[in-house]
Write a new protein. Structure first.
Length: 249
C-alpha cells in the first residue's frame, strides 16, 4: 500500500501575501493576543502557509524580544516568505490601516462623543473587545501550553508568571529571564514535560495537510546567518535611526 500523498499548498505569491497583510491590518482587533490568534488561524489553520511548530517557535522568539511581539511576528513571517520586501510590507501594513482607523475614530469621538448614539457605540465596543481578548488568550494558551493533565509544568509556569507580574509587580524582563532559566533547567532535568507541553508535540500531525513552510522545510538561503549580512543590517538600521534623530532635531 502506497503512503498517502502529502498535499502542500501552492507557492505564495507576493501579491497574495500583500493582500493578506493588508486585510490583517483592518481586522486585527484585540491587541497582541487577538492579533496573534488571527494570524495563527489564517496562516496555520486555514491557508497552511506555516506549520504549527514553526509558528510557535517564531512566536517564542518574538515574545522574548522587546517591543510589539505581534508586529514582530508578522514582520518575521513576511520576511521569511518574501525576503526584505516581504518583511517591510508585512510590518508596515500591520499598523498603517489600524492607524487610519484610529485617527478616524478619534476624530468621531472628539467631535460627536457626547452624543448618546455615539457614546453608546463606543460603550458597546468594550465588552466585545474583552471577549475577543479572552478568546484569543484561550486559543494561544491551548496551542502553546498543551494539555494540563498530560503536562502541568507549562501551566504552572504560566500561572506563576502571572502572579509575579500582577501580585508582586515584578518587572517583565525579570519574569522572562526567570522563565528562561527554569526552562533551561527543565530541559536537562525533565525534557519530556516541556515536549508534551507544546500542542505540536501532543497532537499527531496530519500528513495530508503539510504546510508550505513545514517543520522539516529547509531554511531559505536569505534566512541563513552571514556576518556580512548582519553588518549590513546594523549599518542600515543605524543610518535610518540617525536620519530620524537628525530630522527631529
Amino acid at each position: 500500500m502506497n503512503p498517502p500523498e502529502i498535499k502542500t499548498p501552492p507557492t505564495i505569491s507576493f501579491n497574495e501575501a500583500f493582500r493578506f497583510w493588508l486585510q490583517l491590518g483592518f481586522i486585527s482587533f484585540g491587541g497582541p493576543a487577538g492579533q496573534i490568534a488571527i494570524m495563527h488561524r489564517e496562516l496555520v489553520e486555514k491557508r497552511r502557509w506555516v506549520s504549527e511548530k514553526r509558528f510557535l517557535h517564531a512566536l517564542n522568539f518574538c515574545m522574548v524580544l522587546p517591543g510589539p511581539e505581534a508586529q514582530q511576528l508578522a514582520t518575521y513571517l513576511g520576511w521569511l516568505m518574501h525576503r526584505t520586501r516581504g518583511g517591510v510590507v508585512a510590518g508596515s501594513l500591520f499598523f498603517l490601516p489600524s492607524l487610519a482607523l484610529l485617527i478616524a475614530l478619534s476624530w468621531i469621538y472628539m467631535a460627536f462623543g457626547q452624543q448618546p448614539l455615539v457614546a453608546g457605540l463606543f460603550y458597546g465596543i468594550k465588552p466585545a473587545v474583552a471577549a475577543i481578548v479572552l478568546h484569543a488568550l484561550h486559543r494561544i494558551a491551548s496551542k502553546s501550553l498543551g494539555n494540563p493533565l498530560l503536562a502541568p509544568v507549562p501551566w504552572v509556569m504560566a500561572a506563576l508568571s502571572f502572579i509575579a507580574i500582577w501580585l508582586f509587580k515584578l518587572p517583565f524582563p525579570a519574569v522572562v529571564l526567570g522563565a528562561m532559566l527554569v526552562g533551561a533547567v527543565l530541559a536537562r532535568v525533565a525534557p519530556g514535560q516541556l515536549m508534551r507541553g507544546g500542542a505540536h508535540a501532543s497532537a499527531p500531525k496530519n500528513v495530508n495537510d503539510a504546510a508550505l513552510i513545514d517543520d522539516d522545510t529547509a531554511t531559505p538561503p536569505h534566512a541563513m546567518f552571514k556576518l556580512s549580512r548582519l553588518a549590513t543590517v546594523l549599518l542600515v538600521g543605524a543610518a535610518l535611526w540617525l536620519l530620524r534623530s537628525l530630522g527631529l532635531a
